[in-house]
Design a protein around this ligand. Sequence first.
Ligand code: 1PZ
Length: 215
Amino acid sequence: AVALEDLKFTLQEVLDTFKSCLSEHKEVFLEHYVAGWRGLVRFMNCLGSVFSFISKDAVNKIQILVNHLNGENGDHYITVQSMVKYELDSQLVDLTKRGSFPESGCRTLLRLHRALRWLELFLERLRTSTEDSNTSVMCSEAYNESLSQHHAWIIRKAAGTAFWALPGRATFFDVMNVGSPEQVMAVLGDALPLISEVYQVTEDLYAQNNILELP
Ligand code: 1PZ
């Protein structure tokens, strides 16, 4: 059966989810963060099956975080701040090399966090693009400036190949399902500062705790 939420999917809703991520004290609610990612994955799946190796990895990581949230220590996973404190205090994170905690919340979220930077750069390019702009070029530029630095050669190669299968700008806008190109631009203009803020709050937290390079 097709869930109702799939039928009324628009990128607007996904981006709105990121809006609800931040508490008034600038804490990041993990539940909403994960919901935002779920929406992005759904969007990516609409773009074609060449992206399934990417969405599979994202889905895996989302699931790890959901398991933490629903686990017996779920109370510690309400916000990214409380998760980091809990896992570090309880020594549940591999800090220098992979070991006993390959599924720590900290290292798992870090992977999605780095991908969020790619998204920010890509959407910014899309927002300032013109009709003849090439989505594959925008996507790979954004990737080369961010996520690629954290990927091994073989992954960079595979990602680079997938980017060439991206639909053109017009189709891309259609899949977003938010209306005319002008409306797409408006939605992106509203959403980008929110995504940037979620990114920056997380980045600062990870920097303060010296966990930006978790294996
Ligand atoms: C719309 C086109 C989508 C382009 C997405 C750009 C990102 C390309 C990323 C390629 C990742 C490929 C698969 C797996 C990589 C993993 O090795 C790494 C590191 O995790 P580890 O091995 O350390 O456990 N995973 C990641 O870097 C997370 C990647 C998540 C990508 C999500 C993209 C969502 C895009 C939303 C589209 C609107």
